[in-house]
Design a protein around this ligand. Sequence first.
Ligand SMILES: [Zn+2]
Ligand SMILES: [Zn+2]
Length: 395
Amino acid sequence: MPDLQFIKVNVPQPSHLYPLQPLLLGTAFTESFTSYVTRLAAIHQVPTGILLAQELAPKINRYKGPKPDSLSQLFFHIFFNLTGAWNGTGTMALEPLLILQELTQQPTLKYLTLISWKNVLPTRNLLRQYKAWCPLCYSEWSNNGIPLYEPLIWSISVVKICHIHDSSLMTYCPNCSKNIFFLAWNTRNGFCCRCHYWLGTACSILESPFLNTQDKQWHHFVAKQVGELIAKTPYLIEPPLPESVAKAIDKCINIATNGNASAFAQQMYLSQTVPRDWRIGKALPQINKLLRVCYRLSISLIDIYLDNVDFRNSIVLKDLPLCEQYFKTNRPFNVDKVREFLEQHKESTPPQSLKQLAFKIGYDPADLYRHLPDLCRQISARYKLHNKSNFKPRV
Ligand SMILES: [Zn+2]
Ligand SMILES: [Zn+2]
């Protein structure tokens, strides 16, 4: 009989917190880091705030309060405005994820953020400040006993639809009409953190997200490309580099407009100097603008980031939907003009959706909501009420 004293057994280190596994890693519907944090708190049967106050904040200097074992006001502030960044590319994501990776012994948590893409993804316009979700996905998961979670793709600003259900992502609670923070003290996936309303029941008031076929194709393309980016993240051999993006852009300019960056800007509906700056590595492309280039040239987003673009066939430029054919970011928002326009149309018959009105005046609906939230909610509520009787739920 062997001497038991000398038998070596590889026993994994026990984790301090439950070793919860992330959901759907390596797919377009990979779980987001904030969703994982929410599920981790739920499995420990404590509010998200308690989990983070006890396990995370004491390990980060700036969240420590003036007295021993106390927390700073900054810690409480992060639950309201800044937790969207936990899914992103910077320190706000890195700090909590390194701590939770260790506490749960789950080394793959980094793939629940965009941190692997930090060298090539500028933060501007990248992430939502508040949650967005597909109520039809929630309904299906609930009906089929699938755990409620939030895919990372829902937190990315440029993605406006669920490409499974062809429906707009909702961005405010249908019950209390408020935006929902990614992490609040009592966050629960699938429920409003303020009024606790079930977010999977909003399907009865969904408006069609598409104005026309072009619009539909564009939104599908965007969601698919971003989904592919997320799905490939765990399989990256090394982090993508800015130089690769610059090289890929240079190839695009050469093939589309014989190297003429100004002509390329015109063709892609970009500001005059933008492609030149991208090409020489002076600036990194914002994902929303880069997607326009990908769409027009029928190439994939990930191929630009990894410099794998390959133009074997001749190029046929695809038409962008009209709403993408103007320079949103360089135009100041004229609040008075927009307010006057919305006031004129808020009682129109039949009611028009906010998206339709935003399109007519040439602004992003999100900008309208940001500057004139009350008026926008009034218009959306009237439109949804009007369409409610015609709605046929898609199961
Ligand atoms: Zn969906
Ligand atoms: Zn609510």
